[in-house]
Design a protein. Sequence first.
Length: 175
Amino acid sequence: MRRLTYEGFLEKYICELSGLNTCSVSKTLKVLPDNPRILEPLALYAVMTNASYSIMSKNKDLMSECSMIKEYGDSYSELPGNYRKLYKSYIYASTKKSREDDTKRLMYKQIHILLNNSRISTYRVSKDLELDVSNCNAFIKNCDCNRLSKSDVERVWRYLKRIDKDKDMEYIANK
């Protein structure tokens, strides 16, 4: 999976805010009066992509924002106000995969303990939960975090937790 760049993040964000299927600066300028939240990401994107002066000069607010951004050079993380929020949002979005993988690894440890206690096969888990057998096996045997989504890992964990609880209830009933 390719790493999310700041420019790529801004493209997605501008498309989302504008409701357009493009992040073209000239086309997005048309929705700017109705949606002022687009100004900061659009100005930053225009500077990063070296948008032409003629396009930026169509809107005085965009032009002044672009001039301010250019004064900071490539230090996008040091920009004031809403630009700092934009940068923090980018950092959050770009580290999402590693945070999810960390969560999956923590759940993997619990799954491994529950699986050893229950003596259920990985094949049975995958069939009961209707997961792909090879992907489920790769995660359970090797902790391959790319093979199952976070929600699927959580489903496996809940399934094994329920079986473990049922086993405890059965043990208590037989006493």
